[in-house]
Design a protein around this ligand. Sequence first.
Ligand SMILES: [Mg+2]
Length: 122
Amino acid sequence: MPDTTTTLAVLRDAVRRFAAERDWEQFHSPKNLSMGLAVEAGELMEHFLWMEGEASRQIKLDVNRLGQVADEMADVAVYLLNLANTLDIDLSDAIMNKIAKNALKYPAEKYKGRHSVKDKDF
Ligand SMILES: [Mg+2]
């Protein structure tokens, strides 16, 4: 199921069904889900720990390692989708609203090609 044809609603429903079939909703407090998300983010980061930045880009060439990274990314996403389900947050709205806020905070004309600016530069 590629990103180009799979909606967030489909993914949310899949994780909802997975949890319901196991009666796991009882464990899905926002506290537990947010902590689980952070744990999985740590497992993702472990793949890149101590690598130089450019070496971390080369992981795309290692099919086995890339698969492991994809698994950890999926773990992070599943926790995020479960959290959205538990809190009834529309993730698409939240993402688009946050992109709009970030566009105001980081105007392209100031930040193009830069991750930070000093006030004296402008
Ligand atoms: Mg994991």
